[in-house]
Design a protein around this ligand. Structure first.
Ligand code: BMA
Length: 346
């Protein structure tokens, strides 16, 4: 048997059957060097199809540390990217909501309108904001959807019984209780309520223990809503951001039909393992190709560059459905409180 050399261990696991997404050989597809002015980093893009092209809303972090959302376009979604430095949403730093920049957009198309749910870095912490546009030139700011501390949010493209559904990720103040993904409802995109935990962080050694958050907006498939989420695994040398899958009922998105056990994509290449924040893959957008099966996932790597990975929708669905959540199964919910032990005086 051939002994494994240290060089072998450095080969990225392309084609590893456990990794369901294949990295584009041209990665990273957009870097700070592709912008006409000097910026620190470009990462965590939202993605959509606009006027027949793939449009990314790129998080561009200036050398002040503040981020804006800048338009990048490609005719085929793989190459020939154009970054329009002056086109996009620029943080309104005179407002408290966007005082320290805007980050991580998720784009949901509803008819001719694009609903952009993004994180505002406010003077009171991260909050969930909504803007809409029809042309990616003019942006109509529609206010705060969730107060701090909350982020990683996106809207579904359809209403359920007349109500909009928002997936989001509030951060509890109490230490040690887990940071879970929630779903809230709204009749008008202004008032939100009827909130429920949708996917809870797991516990202990799990890859998605303690902290999870939504990736791209949910994708409607014949089997239900496909959700890609990140899990944050804490190690002595820092956090590792990896991705997992869940499937929600088509008509009742609060019902989790399936949830993968293993992560399906994680940092392994040099551009994912090294950068401003090491060991991060963070997608905010994905697009189903015209072939009806190829998913193009756009993600930030190491909070520094923009990358692309593809997967087969059929393969993702086959995989997630091997982990069904039985009716009444609450394993995706936070663990119930444990009973106090005898002698516990607290
Ligand atoms: C999350 C978000 C992302 C970032 C990630 C890793 O909380 O702030 O913007 O990519 O952390 O640093």
């Amino acid at each position: 048997m051939r002994r494994m050399s240290s060089a072998d261990r450095l080969i990225p696991p392309q084609g590893n059957p456990a990794e369901m997404f294949l990295r584009h050989p041209g990665n990273p597809i957009i870097t700070a060097a592709d912008l006409p002015s000097v910026v620190n980093a470009v990462f965590n893009p939202g993605a959509t199809v606009f006027e027949g092209e793939t449009l990314l809303l790129l998080r561009v972090e200036e050398r002040t540390g503040l981020s804006h959302l800048v338009v990048g376009r490609s005719p085929n979604g793989y190459s020939n990217w154009t970054v329009e430095r002056d086109r996009g949403m620029f943080a309104q730093t005179s407002t408290f909501e966007e005082h320290w920049g805007i980050e991580d957009p998720r784009i949901t198309q509803v008819g001719n309108e694009y609903l952009i749910v993004y994180t505002g870095y406010s003077t009171t912490g991260a909050l969930v904001l909504l803007a809409s546009t029809r042309d990616f030139v003019h942006f109509d700011r529609r206010g705060v959807l969730q107060p701090p501390e909350d982020k990683d949010a996106a809207l579904f493209p359809t209403r359920f019984g007349g109500r909009w559904a928002l997936i989001h990720r509030p951060t509890p103040q109490m230490p040690g209780v887990g940071t879970h993904i929630w779903l809230s409802w709204s009749p008008d995109l202004r008032h939100f309520g009827d909130a429920k935990v949708l996917l809870a962080a797991r516990h202990g050694a799990w890859w998605d223990a303690n902290k999870v958050g939504l990736g791209p907006p949910p994708m409607l498939t014949h089997a239900g809503w496909l959700v890609c989420y990140h899990g944050v695994h804490t190690t002595p040398s820092g956090a590792i951001y990896r991705l997992g899958l869940a499937l929600l009922d088509r008509d009742d998105p609060t019902r989790v039909v399936a949830r993968s056990n293993e992560w399906v994509f994680g940092p392994s290449t040099h551009y994912e393992r090294t950068g401003d924040v090491a060991d991060v893959v963070f997608p905010c957008g994905w697009i189903l190709d015209d072939d009806g099966d190829t998913i193009r996932m756009y993600y930030g790597a190491a909070d520094s560059v923009v990358c692309l990975a593809t997967a087969s929708l059929k393969a993702l669905l086959d995989h997630v459905m091997t982990h069904p959540c039985a009716e009444g199964d609450s394993s995706h919910l936070p663990a119930p409180p444990t009973a106090p032990t005898i002698g516990d005086s607290s």
